[in-house]
Design a protein around this ligand. Sequence first.
Ligand code: ARG
Length: 566
Amino acid sequence: MDFKEHIIDKLTALTGLEREAVAKAVETPPDEKLGDLAFPCFPLARVLRKAPPLIAKELAEQLSSDELIDRVDAVGGYLNFFYNRAAFITDTIAAVRTAGDKWGRSDTGAGKTVLVEYSSPNIAKPFHIGHLFSTAVGNSLAKIYDFLGYNVLSLNHLGDWGTQFGKLISAYKRWGDSALIEKDPIRELLKIYVRFHEEAEKHPELEDEAREYFKKLEEGDEETTALWKYFRDQSLVEFKRVYDMLGVKFDSYNGEAFYSDKMDEVVDILRDKGLLVESEGAQVVDLSDLNIPPCIILKSDGATIYATRDIAAALYRYRTYNFYKNIYVVGLPQSLHFKQIFETMRRAGWDWSRNCVYVGFGLVKLPGKSMSTRHGDVVFLEDVLNESIEKTRDIIISNGSDVGDIDDVSKKIGIGAILYTFLKNSREKDIVFSWESMLDFDGESAPYCMYGYARGRSILRKAEGTDFSDADLSKAVSDEAYALVKLINGYGDAVKDAADKNEPFYVNRYVTGLVKAFNKFYNTNPIMRDDVEDEVKKARLAIVDATCGVIKSALALLGISVVESM
Ligand code: ARG
């Protein structure tokens, strides 16, 4: 039984208003002391020609309590409804039990395809912390849309094309050592790439050589293509190692290179629509009426660029997947780029471009370290992940807790701690990395949430053999139980909000709040203590069981795996 629907029905019958209008008007009171649902009587004042507080009072008198409603208060111009707590807890826990791990899911997305493009690192360059931010957000969004029934595809738009490959080929032919590269691909490729820049400062003719190589590559020359493929393959081996650690999988690695032969059509379309104008020798789409710089389509030497490849990619995706949404999880420094290409696509008359969504995120500051690839003094992401895992292991050892497989547990907590940090605030905020808060077992962190789950599981292990499937949940009624079960009830809404705003942090905030409410619950409502009556024990165990299921499910939407003890 849906409590909200029930109240909407009652109010509709009583006021004679349209059901839809009532449904729109009811709201969650700002303070739980004011009840579970409120109905503002202000819109009725005009119709009934009475003051809202009087209307509220009269309606309250006509509304009797029933099996779902405990009481109705008139406060100011509001009607405040208090649910019958025993009925609410019983109902919700029964629904969770029936749904199992499908609790909170929906099928709103059935038959619709959502593309989530994320991560998208550049070949032969380090997978840096910004790519990790994109990976955390994108991976979570993909899981969130999947949870809501959409057909989701994860796309990795690799940076595997561009003039830098000419430089890399030139560098490789001069100083490349395949044995070293295969041992440590990106570090080694980066080293020769940095060397190229150093030498080119003294010998500018190297730049011409690099341009020549890239031209050959664009023409499909065999040797340069083989080298390009070799760099790409070697880099991917390394990227995939990181994805494995994170538990991330992609459906496609079609990067910029994949679109290099699909751009002529784009250029033709834009030209035919009269959108291309010449500017300093380049062909651009003028966007000055929007007060933004033009979208450059062809450079003065006729070469296509990043934007053109992106436009070709969008067209390809539309034709291939007929997407409902095409989401790009890319850092805020590129927001102008996406504005330019989306606007260009709109002007080309591509209606579907409305469904291309840019999802930006802020900067990550690693205290004291720089992240430039030109000079080689970069932070390697794998090192950051491994450091987190090592630090977690140290904490576990110094806590002296028996966690079972310490390698597995440290890995799950260490990686979870990093993912959680990226999803902790609304994504456009900048992040400063701090090991202390990331691995704070008592603060708002992955270890804190994971500990809540492990704690619940340990209670359930202690209760092994107790059958609580037929528990009478009315025995569990308390303020803390009610607050907790209300949160459990709101899981699906939190996930929907996250999808609506493309903000995984709604799920993060939700699960953190859930764990807080759970801590309060088990600290004030003893469960396995000897003096707890059997019936009460069973009812509380049923709540613990439901809570654990939701914590696990919500953390999974963030890409975080739970552990059974920690
Ligand atoms: N490879 C780019 C970078 O590292 C990100 C690609 C973003 N996606 C896109 N469709 N342009 O900055």
